[in-house]
Design a protein around this ligand. Sequence first.
Ligand code: SF4
Length: 362
Amino acid sequence: MPAYHLTPIRRYFLANIQFSSGCPYSCEFCDIPALYGKNPRLKTPAQVLAELDQILAGGATSVYFVDDNFIGNQKATLELLPHLIEWQRAHRYPLRFACEATLNIAKNERVLALMREAGFVTIFCGIETPEPQALRFMSKDQNLRMPLLEAVRTLNRYGFEVVSGIIIGLDTDTPDTADRIIDFVQASEIPILTINILYALPRTPLWRRLEAEGRLLPDEGRESNIAFRMPYESVLDMWLRCITTAYEPAAVYERYVYNVEHTFSNRLPFPTNRERASWRNVLMGLAILGRLFWRVGIRGDYRRTFWKAALPMLRAGELEALINTAVVSHHLIEFTRQCARGVRESSFYAPEAPAPPEALAG
Ligand code: SF4
């Protein structure tokens, strides 16, 4: 049992739990199979529930399953989910869950229905690229089991907001790749995409291939340790174009509004929960709203965009959706502006990570 009682869980936007470790797939860039194995090691449902008891006692309202692939062992996931549902029902759904899973989860509607029932609301999927030949080249064929947009829509239909990883700098990239990524961002309506430049991690098939090809470089002064097929500056330009287009305020708000209408509305009607609706949480929510109104709604340079989305949500009483939309959007917009000024890095795997932008939620 992790010593959850030593962590001020209340102060975190998301609490963390781990059910399984390892992944049966072999995506070229990924170090998870080498680090943790291809046959996921598992905790028992009883152990997971005991940890959830502790996390709930610590005051969490949202919990992220940090497993690199929540369906790495689908049979075990199917065994766990009924226990999660029972626990949530017994406690009147105090927690919302998020996880990471391969996109082929969209093929298993039995898992999706149980996850919805268990209170999952967000799934991070490593979509990586909208280009099918690139997915094949990186050995990520599991993303091609159904058309990408159809998979995203299926997840939305079960009330899951999709978060997507996207990689730039692949050997298959061409000057048109940025256009295809931007088209995919718009068509998928995915609000949050972690758009990163490829970085070769040790113990990956990618590392071994590039080492054999003599294409590993020292990363000092660069955002990656890879000699790309395209010129380095072109890769950086593509990355910057993708993030500045994706996180232009009107664009990110438009995608969130789509999800409020077409995804959040498909979620389980959760019962009112006394802990979630405690005075402490209500006051925290009102404090965040106050900061949002002041910093974004009054002082912000995209305040028109904010109010266009916020007013219908306020009228509908969707305060949680509004806080979620506005806080996350603010972070993404600020992050992107810092990137454009050269303050932030283009790879989460680059050695140094600067401080995060000013927080609204803390
Ligand atoms: S599916 Fe995800 S965790 Fe598994 S090998 Fe591929 S990138 Fe890694």
